[in-house]
Write a protein that binds this ligand. Structure first.
Ligand code: MTE
Length: 314
């Protein structure tokens, strides 16, 4: 795979200028005052399952009803807690999500280690109803609560060297039992995006869903959601974000390179070597529905891949 260099993306292209400037003013104001503001941007710490309110962003929400909450929160892929769908919901219960730090490093002007509660104070939360399509051909519709990853990356100031963004899940075999044994995955779980994918307004850092803080099995306290890519790109329980000049290795691509590509854009025309990707099973619904190119987000994201052969981009 070759990276096609693109012109640097201006922050105004990612976030509308007024919002970008307002956020910076907000950060400066709260920092100067040295106090926690009382607006919605200053969300107090929430343990998994506790109420967490955010306004819905209609521009970025699909017009489909969300999947049943109980189904979406009890049918999970979180290999650190079990290779089946049911184990994570009870085996992840003991995961300690406070204190929790995220280290942001690499090709950025301002590397930082941020407490999760500091992140919650800094970035205004919004709700977005997105489809999530797993590479295993099941899908769900979830009202996520979070903020654009671009907001955090822009604050760190990617340098001219920046090309990719790598994400790492917690490594703690005492808390994550499957990190102790044999696994196809070399722990910790790592994922990555091209910088322009990471800066795309659809790409979110998520801290809640269904009007509450994320439960542990869903990637508490903070995870990535990239709705046009197969679910394995949406890494859970993130502790590191590193901006890099070179293509980072990623867990599933390492484990089975012929089955899981770096791009992993949802594509009904490119089958997994062991099953078709043309249709999917929506959690809680009978039968199968057609899978949409880029999971239905083609109008927003297809231009990111102009000139690239989508059939080879698995
Ligand atoms: N992140 C980590 N750290 N470990 C995982 O096993 N599974 C991925 C992704 N993020 C996974 C992960 C896969 S394969 C999918 S489909 C989604 O999480 C599932 O998210 P959900 O359990 O909230 O549905």
């Amino acid at each position: 795979m070759r990276y096609r260099p693109e012109r640097p993306i201006q922050s105004e292209e990612i976030t509308p200028r007024e919002i970008f400037l307002n956020r910076r003013q907000f950060i400066r104001a709260t920092a100067a005052a040295g106090i926690a503001a009382t607006t919605g941007a200053c969300t107090p710490a929430r343990a998994g399952g506790e109420p967490l309110a955010a306004q819905r962003n209609a521009r970025y929400s699909v017009r489909e009803g969300p999947s049943n909450k109980r189904l979406a929160t009890s049918y999970n892929n979180f290999y650190e807690f079990g290779a089946d769908k049911r184990s994570p919901a009870f085996r992840a219960r003991g995961l300690k999500t406070r204190p929790w730090q995220i280290e942001i490093s690499g090709a950025v002007e301002a590397p930082q280690t941020l407490e999760i509660d500091e992140i919650l104070k800094r970035y205004p939360l919004e709700e977005r109803v997105y489809r999530l399509r797993c590479v295993e051909a099941w899908s769900m519709v979830v009202p996520w609560i979070g903020f654009p990853l671009a907001s955090l990356l822009q604050d760190m100031g990617p340098t001219s060297e920046a090309r990719y963004v790598e994400f790492t899940t917690l490594l703690d075999p005492e808390q994550m039992p499957r990190q102790k044994g044999e696994s196809a995955i070399e722990w910790p779980y790592v994922e990555a995006l091209r910088l322009d994918e990471a800066l795309h307004p659809l790409t979110m850092l998520v801290v809640g869903y269904y009007g509450q803080a994320l439960e542990n099995q869903s990637g508490a306290p903070i995870r990535l959601i990239v709705p046009w890519k197969y679910g394995f790109k949406s890494i859970k329980s993130i502790v590191k974000i590193r901006v890099t000049p070179k293509l980072p290795r990623t867990s599933w691509n390492d484990a089975a390179p012929h089955e899981y590509g770096f791009y992993a854009n949802v594509n009904p025309e490119v089958d997994h070597p062991r099953w078709s990707q043309a249709t999917e099973r929506r959690l809680g619904k009978a039968g199968r529905i057609p899978t949409l190119p880029f999971n239905g987000y083609a109008d927003d994201v297809a231009a990111l891949y102009d000139g690239m052969n989508l059939k080879q981009l698995y």
